[in-house]
Design a protein around this ligand. Sequence first.
Ligand code: OAD
Length: 228
Amino acid sequence: MGAARIVAFTGAGISAESGIPAFRGPAGFWRNYPPEKLASPQALPSDPRLVWEWYDWRCQVIHKAEPNPGHRALAEIERRARDQFALVTQNVDGLHDRAGSYRIVKLHGDIWQVRCVVCGTEQRNEQVPLEPLPPRCSCGGLLRPAVVWFGKTLPAGAWEQAVEAAQRAEVFLVIGTSALVYPAAGLVQMARHSGARVAIVNPDPTPADELADWILRGQAGEILPRLL
Ligand code: OAD
């Protein structure tokens, strides 16, 4: 990851054209679902079935979705640029993997992984729909999705890799993120302060725009293939 000259930093907007709602904005998840009731450490013990119904529904939406030309363009850039390219994503949907991206730093975890809250065992679970809800580990403990919840720190290894990539980048592409959620959004400042040129791909303004050398207004699925 470390020596990559081009780093792409993606958010939910890159999956919008695949039919997966983003978090903020009029059609965003958080418009209808309060995050503290569904995506916080307190939510699971207080109503595990509700939490899992929400994640199971999201898994069903994601399962039906396909990677779009934006995801595929990033996979193609990696194929051509090899270790000169790094991908850091806030997304948990796995569409970058399915598009063929290979080395992916997942800052917010992976919705297709589950972890036992008792014994800590982590495993892949791609069953859709998931039954019974809430799922349990073989030790009897409650399983949770292996994603980052509100108020919790990011996976240490992933964060270190992302910081290193941001600090070494020559070009830092900020794609489909509102750049509001920290610490992830702080990567844009880090890249900029370390000398990277910053390019934003987003149909709407974001707070990161003031750090940008280039602002490409539009949909990731239309703009990214043109960068090839
Ligand atoms: P947001 O929902 O906050 O922002 C999505 C961004 O994508 C917005 O700026 C949109 O303008 C933009 N967008 C929409 N359609 C687009 C398209 N076709 N092409 C390019 N951009 C498009 O999503 P994130 O920034 O990913 O955290 O949110 C960050 C974190 O907040 C998520 O990882 C999640 C959430 O709470 C956790 O779950 C820990």
